[in-house]
Design a protein around this ligand. Structure first.
Ligand SMILES: [Zn+2]
Ligand SMILES: [Zn+2]
Length: 301
């Protein structure tokens, strides 16, 4: 089995009313009997092969059928009385849960905020990945991980949950071999170039992102799907298209880096306005600031 084949099997989740065959298909590291037993006894969490990081593993879970009682409370004569007015049935369900890890997955051998747990069949899961796509597995040797939301301010979403919200076209997960704050406070080069120097892994796959992230906190930044520039609180710093401030973003003006744009283009994303314009603007600002700093009378020799 290849890693791509296994990833597409995971893409079939969630499965309602899973059969023994469904359970076995999700667990190529186990026999059908082992898979069924692991999912249907105890908590129902089963370790499955990792896709990218050595000594990590994915976790799938099985939830038995359950019946929810729908209650209505009334206060009658000063006492609350809850009566069951109906029930809702949830069929058994097999689903992806999260990724877990062992200490050995970190190149420096140190924990990075993790809680290590033991899961059924974790050793077989890691061995299976090693035997089938071991050449693709890497150790975690990065310092930080950033999610870049690539959102389009020329396409505003208005629905139950959003008002004039730029539509998310992709979420690019990037690992850096520096701390994000260090990159942001380093003014030796235009920021997108500093990002390019620090990038180690990139993926659009949230299942793989869980392996890459490990126990670290993550960071989120927002960039324009239309032109690649950074998104401020309520407009694009490049193309200027506006959207509503949702109070969640902090806003910045760093464009997606050259490596990020090349990766997104390779995966099929088309920028209506080439990010080359955003990079030129960034370079011009960087040159202006550098010149101003050099001319400053308070500059230390
Ligand atoms: Zn833009
Ligand atoms: Zn930010």
């Amino acid at each position: 089995m290849t890693k791509e084949e296994y990833r597409s099997i995971l893409g079939q989740l969630p499965i309602k009313n899973p059969t023994a065959q469904d359970m076995a298909r999700m667990c190529p590291h186990l026999t059908q009997d082992q898979a069924v037993k692991a999912f249907t006894t105890g908590e129902g969490y089963v370790a499955c092969p990792p896709l990218r990081v050595r000594h990590r593993f994915q976790i799938l879970s099985y939830r038995k059928e359950w019946v929810e009682e729908i209650k209505v409370s009334r206060v009658k004569d000063g006492t609350e009385d809850a009566s069951v007015t109906g029930t809702k049935n949830y069929p058994p369900r097999l689903d992806w849960s999260y990724a877990s890890r062992t200490l050995a997955s970190y190149a420096d051998g140190k924990s990075h905020g993790d809680v290590f747990g033991n899961y059924q069949h974790m050793d077989e899961a890691m061995k299976f990945a090693e035997a089938n796509w071991g050449a693709d597995l890497i150790l975690d040797d990065w310092n930080s991980i950033v999610e870049f939301y690539v959102q389009d301010p020329t396409e505003l979403v208005n629905d139950r949950y959003h008002k004039d919200y730029p539509r998310t076209k992709a979420v690019l997960y990037v690992t850096l071999n520096r701390e994000l704050n260090e990159v942001i406070n380093d003014h030796s080069k235009p920021q997108s170039e500093l990002f390019d120097d620090a990038i180690s892994q990139m993926t659009l796959d949230s299942v793989i992102w869980h392996e890459l992230r490990g126990g670290r906190g993550g960071y989120t930044e927002f960039n324009c799907a239309h032109c690649g520039a950074g998104l401020s609180l309520s407009s694009c710093t490049g193309c200027g298209h506006r959207f509503r401030d949702d109070q969640f973003r902090c806003g910045w003006n760093t464009p997606l880096s050259q490596k990020m744009v090349a990766f997104l283009r390779e995966k099929g994303h088309a920028f209506e306005v080439g990010p080359e314009i955003a990079w030129e603007t960034e370079q011009r600002h960087f040159a202006e600031i550098s010149k101003r700093l050099a001319e400053s009378p308070r500059r230390r020799q």
